[in-house]
Design a binder for this molecule. Structure first.
Ligand code: NAD
Length: 248
């Protein structure tokens, strides 16, 4: 068990990549606080985890991630419930598709607020606790488009480029406090979003990927397990692509 005895928070943990991370962390012996945007989705995720394995130790919160005080309060509640916070996974995020010619500036701000500012708020609250307890791990879900951009929805790649910058900077700032900070850069991953696409479109996307297919949430989650574990004890400030070499 690679994460035995560790306490983790996973934002956006109710579905998709986040849910796969939650499950893999639990399988590896961690205790996990599952965070989502609504009470209903968190309750549903916790019920399905408990149904899978009643021994898994989980709880859940749904703070507004764009409210620094609400985030700090929820992080404190996790510490209160489980005694510590070893791992924070900043995974919640929204995509964007608008053309610059039709982009509503408020929508641009909203994407940056969740995909970037919330990562800072969560990291700030968790780092304070991690410093006190002698160390920890912060992992960010970035994206392959954080390296190359994308031809629409510019707030999304802009936010993920910034997440990479925050990853590098916090790794340098927090290294002395024994807090490692890394990012995983998924390629096209078969979450609900991709499952909703027409089969032909997925086949066309798959053809452009050297490994010939899209990734699974579990394949992405495995990278998080490794980076969260002591196997990665000398890895910080790294950007790990899990994309089948999609853009290279
Ligand atoms: P998803 O839409 O299936 O899940 C998103 C998660 O974020 C959900 O749990 C949701 O509750 C949470 N979330 C959304 N808005 C929120 C808000 N305002 N407040 C709190 N939580 C909120 O998406 P996914 O594909 O699993 O994406 C997870 C992460 O992976 C995101 O950061 C995304 O940018 C990144 N990513 C996904 C892909 C992909 O192909 N699926 C590729 C690269 C990167």
């Amino acid at each position: 068990m690679m994460l035995k005895g560790k306490v983790a928070i996973v934002t956006g943990g109710t579905r998709g990549i986040g849910y796969a991370i939650v499950k893999r962390f639990l399988e590896e012996g961690a205790t996990v606080s599952v965070w989502g945007s609504r009470e209903e989705s968190v309750t549903k995720a916790l019920a399905s985890l408990k149904a899978e394995n009643p021994d898994w130790v989980v709880n859940g919160f749904w703070p507004s991630l764009t409210d620094a005080d609400a985030v700090a309060e929820a992080v404190a509640k996790v510490k209160e419930a489980f005694g510590k916070v070893d791992i924070l996974v900043n995974n919640a995020g929204v995509s964007a598709r608008d053309s610059i010619y039709a982009y509503n500036p408020d929508d641009f701000k909203k994407t940056i607020d969740l995909n970037l500012n919330a990562v800072f708020y969560c990291s700030q609250a968790a780092a304070k606790i991690m410093k006190e307890q002698g160390g920890g791990v912060i992992l960010n879900t970035s994206s392959m488009v954080s390296l190359y951009g994308q031809p629409a929805g510019s707030a999304y790649p802009a936010s993920k480029f910034a997440v990479n910058g925050l990853t590098h900077s916090l790794a340098r700032e927090l290294g002395r406090d024994n807090i490692r900070v890394n990012a995983v850069l998924p390629g096209v991953t078969a979450t609900d979003m991709v499952a909703a696409l027409p089969e032909q479109m997925v086949a066309a996307i798959s053809k452009t990927i050297p490994l010939g297919r899209v990734g699974t949430p579990e394949e992405v989650a495995n990278a998080f397990v490794f980076l969260a574990s002591d196997m990665a004890s000398y890895i910080t400030g790294a950007l790990l692509s899990v994309d089948g070499a999609a853009m290279t």
